[in-house]
Design a protein around this ligand. Structure first.
Ligand code: TRP
Length: 326
């Protein structure tokens, strides 16, 4: 039986929040429960992808370790599956050059992320333009079979499959397996004021923020003016959506029942949400998160997986060199 390779990347452009937890981190932790004899999971911090314009130069340095520490503190099993930083593998950029040589600019000009950026007056850097090629190389570098991503990334995944096919075709090789997207259609979690969750609105619930802040952010979750007695529809309740995002089915079902029954106010729901947060983000995990952010600790913990993934990528680069007769 061939082992399926599952790969996904997380950007390092800001503090991780509850939306990232529900949309990316929980699914990754679920995949990583798989038996490594059947499936290998590759997760990496996409720090190069953060560098698409000069306003973001500081970001990867600020957030790279936090992304890795967060996954590790929440139990990503780095002894069984792989976790690494994109920028630790320079061969990926060698691949970018080879792959670029087979891609027509017209294809990239039609990419929605790029078109959006132009429309919103963002600086159209070459890096932003090339973003889909770098992303494709992340995937093709380990010859991944499946890539779990949110819907916003589906065009990037289609491009990756096209690039892989045309490279194979142009070089008359089977250099790359064609990766499949595994689209996750979790609804996007709104901020605690009901608007889009965004640091600039100050409405996020940051993972591993200090507990006073978390408590404040939970208290501030916007609710309507129904009285404690009135029955409530969970699907209209932001506190309930946050509970769902934390991923504990029992507490989520309990809250849904209580809301429907009535005599359960928003204050009660917020108190239950606060407890549920503390049950996931325990003091032990907070302590681990703090410790794991140190460069030396991370380098140590990730040395073995890095060696493993790098040797895979070196081999893939070699295959590309052979295909191009370098
Ligand atoms: N572009 C992805 C995002 O913004 C992050 C990413 C980079 C990625 N490389 C990847 C995701 C490869 C999956 C596979 O979320």
């Amino acid at each position: 039986m061939t082992i399926q390779r599952i790969l996904t990347g997380i950007q390092a452009t800001g503090e991780l929040h509850l939306g990232n937890y529900a949309g990316a981190i929980l699914p990754i932790l679920e995949f990583a429960k798989a038996n490594p004899d059947e499936q290998e999971v590759f997760v990496f911090c996409a720090d190069w992808h953060g560098l698409t314009n000069k306003d973001k130069f500081e970001k990867p340095g600020l957030y790279r370790n936090k992304v890795l520490a967060c996954l590790l503190a929440l139990g990503y099993p780095v002894d069984k599956h792989v976790l690494y930083t994109q920028s630790s593998i320079p061969e990926i950029l060698e691949m970018v050059w080879y792959l670029s040589s087979s891609i027509h600019v017209g294809i990239l000009e039609r990419n929605v992320t790029y078109k959006d950026a132009l429309q919103n007056n963002k600086l159209p850097t070459v890096a932003l333009f090339n973003y889909p090629i770098l992303m494709a190389c992340d995937i093709l570098a380990v010859k991944a079979n499946m890539v779990p991503v949110g819907k916003d990334q589906s065009q990037h995944l289609e491009l990756c499959a096209d690039f892989a096919k045309s490279f194979n075709h142009m070089t008359q090789t089977e250099c790359f397996p064609i990766p499949k997207a595994y689209l996750q259609d979790n609804p996007v979690l709104p901020g605690n004021d009901g608007r889009k969750m965004s640091k600039s609105y100050g409405n996020t619930l940051e993972l591993f923020a200090d507990l006073k802040t978390v408590q404040k952010q939970i208290k501030a979750i916007k609710t309507d003016s129904k009285s404690r007695e009135e029955p409530k529809d969970p699907s209209d309740c932001l506190v309930y959506q946050y509970m769902q995002a934390l991923g504990n089915q029992e507490s989520t079902a309990y809250m849904a029942d209580k809301l429907r029954q009535g005599n359960y106010g928003y204050g009660d729901a917020k108190a239950d949400l606060w407890q549920a947060y503390n049950a996931v983000f325990t003091p032990e995990k907070y302590a681990l998160y703090a410790e794991l952010q140190q460069d030396s600790v991370l380098t140590d913990m990730l040395a073995e997986p890095l060696e493993k993934v790098r040797s895979i990528v070196v081999e893939t680069t070699q295959h590309m060199r052979q295909a191009l007769k370098f």
